[in-house]
Ligand binder design. Structure first.
Ligand code: SF4
Length: 63
């Protein structure tokens, strides 16, 4: 299977300088190992905090 980096980049909202951008498989694996979620789980405003923790995601999505 070919890497879809170019298409993935069109959907990526991550502003952190990172070599995994557009390579969703590596991005997910990296954050999963750290107990985190990737940038695309957060709004653009939330993403810019660079807090990728699950607890931050839950806090931001409480109703
Ligand atoms: S979400 Fe994390 S791993 Fe993915 S591109 Fe951004 S900083 Fe890199």
């Amino acid at each position: 299977m070919e890497c879809r980096k170019t298409e993935n980049l069109k959907m990526c909202n991550c502003t952190y300088p990172c070599d995994k951008k557009g390579m969703c498989c590596e991005c997910i694996a990296y954050h999963r190992k750290r107990g985190e979620l990737p940038a695309c789980y957060f709004t653009d405003e939330q993403e810019r905090t660079y807090n990728r923790s699950i607890s931050y995601f839950v806090k931001m999505n409480k109703r």
